[in-house]
Design a protein around this ligand. Sequence first.
Ligand SMILES: O=C(O)c1cc(=O)[nH]c(=O)n1[C@@H]1O[C@H](COP(=O)(O)O)[C@@H](O)[C@H]1O
Length: 244
Amino acid sequence: MKSQARERLIFALDVDNFEAAEKWVKQLREQVGVFKVGKQLFTRCGPEVVHMVQAEGAQVFLDLKYHDIPNTVAMAGLEAARMGVRMFNVHALGGAEMMARTVAEIDKLYPRGDERRPLLLAVTILTSSTEQTLREVGIERPMAEMVPRLARLAKDAGMDGVVASPKEVPLIREACGADFAIVTPGVRPAFAAMDDQKRVTTPAEAIASGADYLVIGRPISAAADPVAAADLILEEMAGALARG
Ligand SMILES: O=C(O)c1cc(=O)[nH]c(=O)n1[C@@H]1O[C@H](COP(=O)(O)O)[C@@H](O)[C@H]1O
């Protein structure tokens, strides 16, 4: 169960330089199967940092949350796939055409079934957002309606899964079925602070509700002993997986 949990634990490499990223990858290799390279690190280091993670034998979630006109996102997605990342994401709010064009480009590069094909993920509503955040940008519908609606839009456009709060996993499963990946940030073990996350659950709750992958950053990176914190999280995940 622990090795299964490891494949589902994604550590957010939210650092500002190559050396720090490399240190985390070497330190957490036994606990973590996938490392997330996001906007800060990628803007600083570029593809070199993706290749470093791959050279260490781990997989990469390229978290650049593309949101632009359909052709621009599709072409950016193509470059992400060419880097050999395991998964990358776009904002579902970019719309059906943007997602479908991206899927179509990836289909041409690596058809479904090709092991090099990355998982194409759509961010629904960020885990730092509240109902108030939605109102501010003119979305009057409630979170519980928006998240499954965006997830369904992503599925119908051919995307492989979504990034969403663990709180909304049951709603997404209901809208999209079992064969759809759900990646959940906003995970906080009992020992960690909330930071800027708003819609959170514990690792065990996230797995029990049906999340496939957990993205965790500060609860590990800010811990006094990060390896011990990652081990605790893995144990909690493995326990929930065993309970089925
Ligand atoms: O796409 C993401 O990874 C993401 C989506 C989302 O809705 N919320 C969210 O926190 N994230 C990312 O997940 C990570 C969470 O980090 P911690 O809050 O430190 O555990 C950060 O790197 C965020 O950029």
